[in-house]
Design a protein around this ligand. Sequence first.
Ligand SMILES: [Zn+2]
Length: 449
Amino acid sequence: MGAVRLHDTHTGELVPLQHPAFPRVGIYACGPTVYSRIHIGNARPFVVFSLLKRFLEHEGYEATLVVNVTDVNDKIYDVARTAGVPSEQLAQEMTAAYMADTDALELGRPDKEPLASETMGSIVAYIEALIKRGHAYESGGDVFFGVRSDSDYGSLSHRRLEDMDQGEPVEGSDRKRDPLDFALWKAHKEGEDTFWDSPWGPGRPGWHIECSAMAEDALGVGFDIHGGGSDLLFPHHENEAAQTRAARGEELARIWMHNGMIQSTGEKMAKSVGNIAPLHEVIERWGRDAVVMYLVSGHYRQPLAFSEAALEQATANVSRIREAARRLTPGPSDDDLGRLREDFFDALANDFNTPAALAHLNEWIRDATGAAIKVKGDAHLREMLGVLGLESLLSAPAEAPPEVEALATQREQARAARDFPAADRLRDEIAALGWEVRDGPAGFELLPR
Ligand SMILES: [Zn+2]
């Protein structure tokens, strides 16, 4: 078992993963707010933390991954109202769609997937504890967290109080004692069709307290890794951390990990920007192997560009590894390749550096399929691909991904129309994606190159 080090946003350093309950490790990653189908940017934390769990299990840890579903939120009310459907129905439909869309990644499900709507008792009790300890106050049916009551507030996101903006609407600000304060409970408003009873009257919780309660219910306080997108660092994670510190006198998590954003047209992919690529469409077009390959090709902390070229590159990588795997036999790998296998896992142990690990995997393939290696067994490759969620590349090839099929169909049509320059261009495009198209009496056939 190697020493695993991960970047912690709180300290700004690489810290060793050490836990008194070793080998048990708890990971909580903030999941989607279910008001629409998720996009490839939302899939990144799902994939990063699912694979981190796989890696930690490979290293001998017993990892529990919790990814919540935020099914009570302002955005859900807004979208449901516009669509003319009950908010509960929209949340249920989009939760089901999220499950189906992430199932298509074929990485398995997290161990626990709590819903905010099913955690209401714990959320209300949490707010009561905060009021009792003097960190929160009721005002006109709302309950707010008093930010200045937490002397460590800002320590996670490294912000000064004067640079903070909770991003909450002005409405309600007259009820806050301090503009920095944020809502724990929001009184029921006209037109909101889902609400719960509470000691402060009917209403619903704020987003941040939902996560503190769901995380604690699933993993207790002081678990190992809290994860999520870097866009959630402030205010969401700062507020989660503050709530738990204030209510329990302990830190919620030991290590805070943040993944970078998927960028499209030079900006963060977001519904509000209008540059989104829905996950189900991306998988339909490119196949899940290429999508997972694309996501592990970048370091989780860095932004990752989403483009045709990036997915074409991932498709070509998938084809190349598949083709190499066909030249191996099932069974033990040559001892001489052991160092590259170790390099692969060392790269993952060093802040989960998947692109560096992939580079070692590619070196391994080059050596394993070269003339000098005698024992051409696939065991190392199977082990490495399994941790990256790409063990499917070892199974019998090889249906061309839908994208390649589509190009081959276009090429067939071009040939039928006697547009040979176009057909040639399409053949080159198909080749660049790692496939060879052959024409036969029954139509075209696609072979990995
Ligand atoms: Zn959260």
